[in-house]
Design a protein around this ligand. Structure first.
Ligand SMILES: [Zn+2]
Length: 145
C-alpha cells in the first residue's frame, strides 16, 4: 500500500509559487479546494487570499476571514470543499514552523509550504494531524484527467 499523496495540477501549482513571489517580502497564503479519497487528496482549485496578518509581521500569515466564509458557504451549497491551506516562507525553511504548529487549523487539513528566496523556490506538502505535521508526497500533474 502506498502512502496517500497530494495531487495538484501544474497550473494551480504554478499559481501558488507565483503568488509566493508576488507576495514578497511578506508571506502569501490561500486555500486548497478539492476532494479527499483513499489515494490522498486531489486539488481541484486554489483560492488566493489577502494576508491579513499585521503588516509589520513578515513571518506571519492569516487567511482573509471573508474568503473563508465565502468558501464555507459555497461548500454547503454543493461547491468544492476546503481540503487545506497554502502559504510561503520567505527566506525560511520548507517545513511547518512553530507558529504553524500553534495555529488553530483543524487536523486533517493538508498544508502546502513554499520556501522562497533569491536562490530557490521549493514547495512541499504536509498533513496536519493532532500530534503535529507529517510530510505527504506531492504529485504535480501535467493535466487533469
Ligand atoms: Zn509557516
Amino acid at each position: 500500500m502506498t502512502a496517500p499523496s497530494l495531487y495538484i495540477a501544474r497550473a494551480d501549482f504554478s499559481r501558488i509559487e507565483a503568488h509566493a513571489k508576488s507576495g514578497l517580502p511578506r508571506e502569501s497564503c490561500g486555500l486548497l479546494l478539492g476532494v479527499q479519497a483513499d489515494s490522498g487528496w486531489q486539488v481541484s482549485g486554489v483560492e488566493q487570499s489577502r494576508n491579513v496578518a499585521p503588516q509589520d509581521r513578515l513571518d506571519r500569515f492569516e487567511i482573509d476571514p471573508a474568503l473563508l466564509l465565502r468558501i464555507q458557504k459555497a461548500a454547503r451549497a454543493g461547491g468544492p470543499r476546503m481540503i487545506g491551506v497554502y502559504h510561503s516562507h520567505p527566506d525560511g525553511a520548507c517545513e511547518p514552523s512553530q507558529t504553524d504548529l500553534a495555529a488553530s487549523w483543524q487536523s486533517g487539513m493538508v498544508w502546502l509550504i513554499t520556501a522562497i528566496s533569491v536562490e530557490r523556490i521549493d514547495t512541499r506538502a504536509y498533513l496536519r494531524e493532532d500530534a503535529g505535521f507529517v510530510p505527504v508526497s506531492l504529485q504535480v500533474m501535467e493535466t487533469y484527467e
